[in-house]
Ligand binder design. Sequence first.
Ligand SMILES: [Zn+2]
Length: 485
Amino acid sequence: MTQKDTKAPLYPKSHILAASGVAALLSLALLVFPSREVEAKKPFIHPEMESASSQIEKTDDQEPEPPSIDAAALPFAMLESSMDRQPVTTEQSTEQSSQQTGRDAPPATVATAPSAPASPKVVTAGKGDTLSTVFAKAGVPASTLQEVLGSSKEAAKQLGHIKAGQKFEFTFAANGELQALHAKLDKLKTIEIRKSAQGFSVKHETVKPEMRTVYARGVIDSSLFPAAKKAGLSHSMALTLSNIFAYDIDFAQDIRRGDEFEVIYEEKRLGSKRLQQGNILAARFVNRGKTYTAVRYTNKQGATNYYTADGNSMRKAFIRTPVDFARISSRFSNGRRHPILNKIRAHKGVDYAAPRGTPIRATGDGKVKLAGRKGGYGNTVIIQHGNRQQTLYAHMQGFAKGVRTGSTVKQGQIIGYIGTTGLSTGPHLHYEFQINGVHVDPLSQKLRMADPIVRGEKQRFLQQTQSLMARMNQEKATMLAMDKR
Ligand SMILES: [Zn+2]
């Protein structure tokens, strides 16, 4: 969605009041109406413009207080979003309004113009700009700048080093003197300097982003990522979702068309702007007709994990696959013809084909027994998990930082990258799983469960998680009902 859609040609000239700057009206109109509404009704923007302008007309009649001051009193974050949408910079709009007063506007309007306030002037700092050049661009004399800087140490400090792209909004009194200055320091911080009887006073404002929870649902057509994107989830959210279910679902092999997912996740917003997607609080995945649930829970000790809705841990001793979203190119077998040696040989592991450099993860916590070359295996990592189990990862291009013989690794930690070292026909991972020294098929293993919710916390757990599951059911029902209409 481009911001430019609200460009000037959308509203006919008759709607322009010409009394004060077009920009002031437009920004006020956008302030009056939440930007989301504006976005949604973009093609029909002018009825809103009309009502907004008539409001302004009234205010103008009743009191001389300029509308731009009202706008200036609003939180800068709101102002900012209106400025983003504003198709023209103030320099241009000032020009435009003077043109309009000169050419198009009726004489009556010209008469009211001098008593009307000047529109706020927005200067966006460019590369190499300093506060004095910004003030100069706004037409503010250097003496006023000195007065502003002298008014408070804090102002001097905050405005001392300005960055390119920062916006400064100057508001002037009818006599042309600087009345207020707004500057946006970063996404959340603004500074406001306002003229009072005692000189300039400084106010800081830090906008707290609003945290809310959002529900999303998607049905898979081919794979998880496009469906997640369609449901509004970021790429990293989709990855997190797949990691949550990684113990139960093999996202490379098990996903079928028609599988569906639901998530309730945290989102940070600022006004209508989405700043960041946060934690997944609850999720549900239907894979080949089987439903899996996951809820995020922080126990009394402060440890956070995902559990099934009835309180079992999602985490298991081993994750199902050491490479995310790889294709299985060869399965475990007790006898097959080796492609290079051309002999019947057992394939005592599973091969995952993936592009060179794709990360390989340790499937369980353990100690690195070997990180080095091992004959036909090429670059190999062997991890010992407890006394009984061992995993092996072969043909790696290289090892991850910190992974060496004797080091310990965590489940899911990247240990190396897909390559084709040793006896190998192309980039892939050869993965082996041993129990008590015997090779087993890792894909057939029943995975061991980690600790469930302790009995003493079960009540607390259910209290927190049942409402999430209830909301998920309710949101899904609403969404399906909407789909049917
Ligand atoms: Zn292999």
